[in-house]
Design a protein around this ligand. Sequence first.
Ligand SMILES: *Cc1c(COP(=O)(O)O)cnc(C)c1O
Length: 348
Amino acid sequence: MNRDDRFVDLRSDTVTIPTETMREAMRTAVVGDDVYGEDPTVNRLEALAAERLGKEAALFVPSGTMGNQIALLTHGRRGEEVILEEQCHIYSFEVGGPAFLAGLLTRPLRGTYGILDPLEIQETIRPESLHTPRTALVCLESPTNRGGGTIYAPTLLQDISRVAHNAGVAVHLDGARIFNAAVAMGIPAAEFARPADSVMFCVSKSLAAPIGSLVVGGHEFIERARRFRKLLGGGMRQVGVIAAAGIVALETMVDRLAEDHKNARLLANGLAQIDGVEIDLKQVQTNIVIFAVRRPDVSASMLTQKLREGRILVHQISADSIRCLTHKDVSREGVLQTLELIRQIMVS
Ligand SMILES: *Cc1c(COP(=O)(O)O)cnc(C)c1O
């Protein structure tokens, strides 16, 4: 049951509620103490995650933010540098974690819809010098969040990773929604993961599990990451009750993401027809739709407020722009209803 399903909630795909199958799996999960490595359900989820991403091992963590921060702690040492995109989650939405926790310098670059260029990364990696911070890591985000759900093609990930690895620099992929990228491009998630040294992905977003993310990578990396998870207080006990939903997420909720992408397309195409709405349809590649309000008499905050009065929730992300995410708890009808209300507000 949802908190309140009279709303069309497009603020994020994190609002998805667990399925009945998940709840049943949670109720019947076989559990043990995961800090001792004795929770069979967590072990099963970690093995499944590693397999799906084509990596040796995985670590179950409470949130995507903790997963990313653990990856930074594991890859970098204090005073070293991480190259990333200026709007990416790790840099802009993890409360300064790279500086606060791992003690890393951040070197933000501006991407095109959040996507970075291999040449620019090559030029940014610092050569060995007594005076400069060592570049330890490149973080890539795919699909992007503030970039509007855009995807790094596997070839681009390979090019960037080659540049990084040639310079002795590791690559971490923030793949919170990596299965959206996989479904959108029709290729296995492992194709995106292969060039990266580590990947974080969430089962708590469009895959609809209530809680949880995974960090995947090599055996040795994951064993070191496990220590940092414990350090951050992320060592959980009979957490198989939650991991059980993650298994159902990976086994049953991936293929249906195509429906969310279709709804995002429907929303974007409809928005493009409305006077005073600016949207770049090229940017819409997965389940995220970002658009700008370009009317002197209607602001993004006014539109957001009026939609709320009509029981439609969206996320205002800047003075003039709004983000919508489609997911399993938003139907095609909900999208059409949203378009109709935006049309009404914009002509009034
Ligand atoms: C949501 C998100 C995260 C963090 O996940 P939480 O579970 O909310 O901490 C990290 N990166 C990206 C790109 C995200 O969209």
